[in-house]
Ligand binder design. Structure first.
Ligand SMILES: CC(C)(COP(=O)(O)OP(=O)(O)OC[C@H]1O[C@@H](n2cnc3c(N)ncnc32)[C@H](O)[C@@H]1OP(=O)(O)O)[C@@H](O)C(=O)NCCC(=O)NCCS
Length: 235
């Protein structure tokens, strides 16, 4: 239910709005939008978003997507277990997938291969398991023990397991593990600014946008922006 007045709303971070706009822009340009089409689109968006009453309440039939609570079945079925060397083949297959490759490719900095990362003493990997079947992976990379921070990466490798809330609950467990076992006080993520599922998920997990790294990485011969988000553990 969207029953908050506009004043009670926490303002949406600027970078999130930019990410959504850019995502639409890419799609619309591919669709054939011209300058005048953008103007018409913006006018329609303003009419819908502001309504004549001047409030930010969306029309009744278009409610913001509610945050879905994990069901008891999901809570009982998902666990994150330690990574074993015998998981490597499966992990490699997942990161070679057209979507799964974002696990590695949306990381700023020097490109490193999976084997190197898995064996890096500054990395910890975990496997997401659903009723005993491995469906994805989680990692803390570049663990900086002195500053108590690390980069979180996540992947649901099995495409049919995506979009069921498994990543959300598994990442929640992984964050708790990072805080209680690794002593992390800051957990950050780097995500493509167009990876809206991931951005929403990170926000639901308590992460906030820190900044936008412009033209940070090159994927498929195109430069892409990276959104950096983080969670600071309260003292
Ligand atoms: C990012 C990624 C891990 C998210 O996995 P996922 O399985 O889609 O995540 P979840 O199912 O937990 O949540 C995502 C979606 O499921 C929906 N969802 C959450 N709980 C749900 C439930 N109980 N029932 C149905 N849908 C649910 C969410 O609303 C969300 O929808 P949205 O995409 O419209 O925002 C996955 O897309 C992935 O592996 N991508 C490739 C690697 C990558 O990009 N990693 C991030 C950089 S490290």
């Amino acid at each position: 239910m969207n029953d908050k007045t506009p004043e009670q709303h926490v303002p949406m971070p600027q970078q999130t709005i930019e990410a959504i706009a850019k995502s639409f822009y890419r799609e619309a340009t591919g669709y054939g939008f011209r300058r005048q089409d953008y103007l018409r689109y913006v006018n329609i968006l303003l009419d819908l978003g502001l309504e004549t009453s001047g409030t930010y309440h969306p029309p009744n039939h278009v409610q913001p997507k509610p945050i879905q609570k994990p069901s008891d079945e999901v809570l009982a079925a998902v666990v994150v277990r330690p990574y074993k060397s015998s998981d490597f083949k499966m992990l490699k297959k997942w990161v070679d997938d057209p979507m799964g490759r974002l696990f590695l490719s949306s990381m700023p900095g020097v490109k490193r291969d999976l084997k190197e990362l898995v064996h890096d003493p500054l990395s910890v990997f975990g496997i997401v398991s659903l009723n005993g079947k491995a469906i994805g992976a989680l990692a803390f990379l570049n663990i900086d023990r002195e500053s108590g921070k690390a980069e979180l990466r996540k992947l649901i490798g099995d495409p049919i397991a995506r979009g069921h809330g498994y990543a959300r609950i598994a990442t929640k467990y992984w964050i708790e593990h990072g805080i209680s076992t690794l002593g992390l006080r800051k957990i950050y993520v780097n995500t493509l600014d167009t990876n809206l599922t991931n951005i929403r998920l990170n926000e639901e997990l308590g992460m906030r946008v820190e900044g936008l790294l412009r033209d940070e990485i090159c994927i498929d011969d195109g430069y892409r922006d990276i959104l950096r988000m983080s969670l600071i553990v309260p003292d």
